[in-house]
Each structure stands twice: as structure tokens, then as C-alpha cells.
Design a protein around this ligand. Sequence first.
Ligand SMILES: NC(=O)c1ccc[n+]([C@@H]2O[C@H](COP(=O)([O-])OP(=O)(O)OC[C@H]3O[C@@H](n4cnc5c(N)ncnc54)[C@H](OP(=O)(O)O)[C@@H]3O)[C@@H](O)[C@H]2O)c1
Length: 351
Amino acid sequence: MSLIPTDSQRLVLHKRPERGPVTDETFSLESISIPDLKDGEVLVRVEYVSIDATMRNWLNPTRSYMRPVEIGEVMRAGGIGRVVASRAKGFVENDLVFGTLGWQEYWLGPAKHLEHRQTPRGGKDIDHLGLFGISGMTAYFGIFDIGRLKDGEKVVISGAAGSVGLIVTQIAIAHPKCTVIAIAGTPDKCAELEKLGCHTVLNYRDPNFRKAFKKVGLIDVYFDNVGGEILDMVLAQLNPHARIVCCGAISQYNAKTPYPLTNTPSLIAMKASMTGFIAFEYAARYSEATTYLAELQSKGSIKYEYHLLEPRQGERNGLGRCTEGMEVVYQGKNYGKTLVKISGNQQSSKL
Ligand SMILES: NC(=O)c1ccc[n+]([C@@H]2O[C@H](COP(=O)([O-])OP(=O)(O)OC[C@H]3O[C@@H](n4cnc5c(N)ncnc54)[C@H](OP(=O)(O)O)[C@@H]3O)[C@@H](O)[C@H]2O)c1
């Protein structure tokens, strides 16, 4: 039997950011005593948390697909961890679990909020937050259910070197006879995307981007991770019956004023569609996506990367890097999925 910790550090929402990025004042660090477990509860040591662009939206007190995080509440985040103690049937010490574990060292709550995870031989635990996590699910259902991708189509992906985009891009490359155009924000990322086999790669920060984008010609499917100006450019270049997959709008989440789209009338003329979706709504079909992605991976058709932020030297956990994780995503410093390793050298001190 392992030692049970007595206290846990966590980051709670302190002050909502006003129309802009998170700041040093947004979250505050606090320490709490871990209460005794009640029947049906599990205590989990949080190992890794996912950093997602949409976390910025959870800080706004507005109506969305999820309620906002409240002042004083632990910052919400998907995570994986190991069971430390359990008074719930089916959960034993050291089980690997997935859940909304939050920015904290230990999660304690009813077992019904946790899902068991098994990492296949040769796999990585962090894949449960990346390729086989929400990013993979979003990519698969977005491109196939919403994008209705067909053989031989021309597909454009923005945010193509991000967590979701990197998977969508490789699904499209593997799809028969598709022409794949990837958009990202640095020369290094563009070089990596070229190596993966994209037909065209464009850097949206390049001064000639607009001109280069026109040369892409007419588009059948646009997987939109960024919204704003790039979305407006795509709207002007749609093929008849084109599909725009509204996955995310990262260019807008921190924007002081929303980008004014001017080309939406082309949806009418081109009989095209622009459809939003939330991956969580496909939970009943996640195994279908996992099987598909595992097969692509085993054939070598998906290479996936992580941008991992680990606890700083001398710090007892990785909480000090969570806010930085959000900066990484918004400044485009990541290639693939951004994660923070939370578990570090925190002491266990009570039996
Ligand atoms: N609908 C759903 O269910 C669902 C699920 C998950 C995620 N999402 C959304 O999908 C999008 C991608 O998520 P993700 O997890 O793949 O993100 P991510 O890994 O965090 O990557 C986001 C990337 O977006 C790029 N970016 C940042 N600011 C930008 C801007 N102003 N204009 C253009 N590109 C910008 C950056 O790369 P560059 O270097 O290329 O700028 C950054 O690396 C997000 O908008 C997210 O909210 C939706």
C-alpha cells in the first residue's frame, strides 16, 4: 500500500481576463488539505494535463457548450493520472485513468467521473490526451462526419501543425487521391508538414500569403481551426457543394474585436455548408475513431508529436507551467499536442 498525500496544490481562477490573453493575475496557487475519501470516491495523482485553445473560452462568463469556470474554482483541464487510493468498486491503486482532472496535484471525487485507460504495448500514456484523446476524436469526426471527405477532393487545413490539425492533415494525406493544402505559422512547421507529404504548405505570416493562397484555386473541404481572415479567404474560393468544418477559431478567442467576415454570401451561390461541431457529442463512437487512427499509425501514416512542459528544476510540480502552456498555444510555439506534466516531487506523508 502506498503513502497517501496529506495536501494538494492547485491553480484556481482568480480574475477573469478581459478580452485578451491570460495574465499572471488570472490564476492563483493554493494549497488544500486532502479530505478522507468517502464511499464511491477515488483519489488520483494527476500526471499530465492537456492544454487547449478553448480553455481561454471557459474563462469568459458567456453562454457556450460548457459552463464557464467560476472564480475560486480549479482550472478545468482534461488529464490522465494514477489512482492513489480508492473506495470505489473497480478502481485500484495505480490504475491509469482519464478525466477532467484540472490544474491540480490530486483529484478527488466520485469514480463515475473517471474512465479507465489501457496503454497498448509500445504506446504512450500521453496518447490518451493526444492522438487517441479529444484531438484525435475531433480530427476524425470533423473531417469525416462534418467534412464528408471524398476521394480526390481538395482539402485545406488551417492550424495544420497544431494538435488537431496535425492529425487531420495526415488523415487527408492518407485519403485516396486527395490534394492537401496545409497552413501554419512558421517556416519550421511548414518544413515538417512538407515532409509529411502535403501537396502545398503555406505560411500565413508570409507577406505573400494572400497571393499564394489564391493560387490554391477552388476548395472542396476546409477544416477550420482558426476562423477570422483565413476563413474569409476560403469563403471566396469554394467549389460548388464545398463543406467548411468549423472546428475552432483560435484567431478570435483573444481578439479585442471579431474579424468581420465579408464572403459568407458565397455559401449560397456555391450551395456550400459551414457547420460547427463539438467532439464530445461523438462519445458513443470514440472507439470507431480510435480503431481508424491506430490503423493509420500502425501503417506509419500518422506521425504524432507532443510539446511537453515539465516541472521546472526545484519546483515540486508542473503547475508553474500551466499558464505558459496557454501562451505556447496562442503564440504557436507548439508542434502537435501541448501538455503539462504535473506530477513531480510532491511528498506523500500520511498512511
Ligand atoms: N470543435 C471541437 O470539438 C474542438 C476540439 C478541440 C479543439 N478545437 C479547436 O480546434 C482548434 C485547434 O485546436 P488544437 O488543440 O489543435 O490547437 P493547438 O494545438 O493548441 O494549436 C493551435 C495552433 O493555432 C495556431 N494559431 C494560434 N493563433 C493563431 C492565429 N491568430 N491565426 C492562425 N493560427 C493561429 C498556432 O500555430 P501557428 O504557428 O500555425 O500559428 C497554434 O499552434 C482550436 O481553435 C480549438 O479551439 C475544437
